[in-house]
Design a binder for this molecule. Structure first.
Ligand code: ATP
Length: 313
């Protein structure tokens, strides 16, 4: 039930916030403290500025989700905040929590299916639908249709939508000047863009996501750092592992910056969880470059995040 998932996400967030950042600093640097601050700001946006303006339980808000790492981080925080908001709404009631119904069974979400996505990413999206109880609107697959038209069609099916949550960050292309709450441009269908993740950087995304112990899209484990179309996305060249020279071994055993998060993950199993790479994807990826790559979370430079993207033809 969505209620259980929301409670679980709330517990993940609380667990991350309760990490003693001072004692973890020797192994993790300042990233945990910074991520804790980023979470608190995202929570404030959601609980104080957004949920007080649009009701998250009646369909006014939809969540844009494609299975990428940024929207997954935001989804976990968003669901955790839904739980908090629910608790706040029943405060003062004479009845115990168990006698109150969580007011939502599925989370309204929207996916714009425009590109030739990797089958692994499609599979991960479907797994997310089940795991997080998403009610997913998928736009008709049509490469000729631009984003504004796709959203227009979405709004004609879901006219109750007034605002859409987006997991964009300031370091993303065209993200620099965005605001946490803003109207769409005049040339777009009109709704509010809700962007509570703008201030997060790449290290913070990985620190939180790896700590959560939630399954992430398997493409990241292969060396992708951002999910794009099959035709324009390669593994990140900065993650390629050089061929061994003479007796030197490959740098495979090096750790990422987030070893602490994996070893101490919320799930308690010290493991990374990714969905399985589709066989066809594997062939396509290996055909292009047979080298080995470090997983995506070995890259923490925001400016290199999209180095695997080719210019569109
Ligand atoms: P990654 O950068 O690793 O691919 P991501 O997809 O979450 O992660 P972006 O590609 O920067 O992040 O996209 C920003 C946000 O825009 C996403 O978090 C999501 O909310 C929204 N978004 C992007 N593509 C789609 C899509 N095809 N359908 C619906 N929402 C999308």
């Amino acid at each position: 039930m969505l209620q259980d998932v929301a409670l679980n996400c709330y517990n993940i967030v609380q667990s991350y916030l309760s990490i003693d950042a001072e004692s973890a600093v020797a192994t993790t640097g300042d990233v945990i403290k910074q991520t804790q601050e980023s979470i608190q700001l995202s929570r404030r946006y959601l609980l104080q500025d957004i949920f007080t303006r649009w009701d998250p339980f009646n369909g006014e808000i939809s969540f844009s989700y494609n299975g990428g790492k940024d929207c997954q981080v935001l989804l976990i925080i968003y669901l955790g905040c839904l739980w908090e908001f629910f608790l706040m709404s029943i405060q003062g009631s004479q009845y115990d929590l168990q006698f109150h119904m969580f007011p939502l069974q599925q989370l309204p979400t929207v996916y714009i299916d425009q590109e030739d996505t990797f089958l692994t990413a499609q599979d991960f999206l479907q797994r997310s639908v089940e795991r997080y109880h998403l009610s997913l609107y998928e736009s008709a697959k049509d490469k000729q249709v631009d984003m504004p038209s796709a959203f227009k069609s979405f709004l004609s099916v879901h006219p109750e939508t007034q605002a859409i949550v987006i997991g964009i960050r300031h370091t993303d292309p065209f993200g620099e000047t965005l605001q946490p709450i803003q109207k769409t441009d005049p040339s777009w269908p009109q709704f509010y863009r809700l962007q509570p993740l703008l201030h997060w950087n790449l290290s913070q995304i990985w620190s939180f996501l790896l700590y959560s112990g939630e399954e992430v899209c398997g493409l990241y484990e292969m060396g992708f750092t951002s999910l794009g179309s099959v035709n324009n996305t390669l593994r990140n060249p900065y993650l390629r592992i050089p061929e061994p020279i003479g007796s030197m071994t490959k740098a495979e055993t090096e750790h990422s910056d987030f070893q602490w998060e994996i070893e101490n993950n919320y799930r308690g199993d010290s493991n990374m969880h990714c969905n399985e790479i589709n066989e066809n994807d594997l062939n396509t990826i290996k055909q292009h470059d047979s080298s080995e790559f470090h997983p995506g979370w070995y890259l923490t430079k925001d400016e290199w995040e999209r180095a695997g993207r080719l210019a569109r033809k």
